[in-house]
Design a protein around this ligand. Sequence first.
Ligand code: IPM
Ligand code: MN
Length: 357
Amino acid sequence: MGKTYNVAVIPGDGTGPEVIAEGIKVLNACSSKLNFKINYTFYDVGGERYLKTGETLPDSVLLELKKHDAIYLGAVGHPDVKPGILEKGILLRIRFELDQYINLRPVKLYEGVETPIKNKGPNHINFTVIRENTEGLYAGSGGFLRKGTPDEIAVQESINTRKGVERCIRFAFEYTRKKGRYKKLTLCGKTNVLTYAFDLWERVFNEVSREYPDIETDYAHVDAICMWMVKNPEWFDVIVTDNMFGDIITDLGAIIQGGLGIAAGGNINPEGVSMFEPMGGSAPKYAGRNMINPLAAILAGAMMLENLGEEKGAGLIEEAVKKAVKENIKSLEAGKMGMGTKEVGDLIAKYVSDSPV
Ligand code: IPM
Ligand code: MN
């Protein structure tokens, strides 16, 4: 018997529990094949609990999450809860409190998946965005003055610490060296306008780059990157950027790789507990209908295995997904897959079990 891992699961709201169930099905197929074990502990935080008790993420749960090897998250978001409460109270709180300072988002188009970009295929759309995940505009610095009056002022500051910027950039260089397709790292910023924040980013990027002579470096403004991601996505290998820009360009990334049905992300603390999630939201209108696409959650599970050191298992799952999108799944959109949520999970689990190792 191989290793045992303790994973905290937050299925969350809407379609979260359905996609997480398929993810676990696939992870279990993988662990029995490769002889490791995963113990799952479920936590019911989310919109329902908030509506019942007023709690978002109790301190006691946070404390328990910290004791696990990884966290597997479905989705938080509830139609009866005001936007911001669950996002800040659960998702962002976990990212911050567990110091998950990297948001890792692969943008990979698989064969057989449709992209809205004309004449581009899997060879063109295959890069990774590394988003800083604990600072910037997300840090929560700012406030109101004279709120509710005609003289109201709202300030929201972007916090960029030398330490936070440097650890993110270092992670990006290491990642490019280890996993980059052609060892090129692009800094995405806005040095022509945000002359304090991105001055710091650019200086640190250039300093750290001297330690990585094997990595080609490049710079692009965030607005320009939005154009190039559409026109010439093949230019990119690894992109590193701040929290807000990373949030925006990874939605663009998700759509060019086939949509939220297949886009997965990792919130990584390389020295601590990381959390893996499908990028799509809770999609309440599809909840309980066996319609939602579980592939993003399944791929988030693969990212989790890789992070736990089960690279082989991660590879098996990715190959199974590739085969299914090429041969069986009609479309990645909810309700148009040609099969249900559970059937997609069954199929991927079967491909994992049947794969030669
Ligand atoms: C994401 C999401 C979150 C973010 C929201 C739900 C708070 O959009 O993970 O990209 O803005 O980071
Ligand atoms: Mn986002």
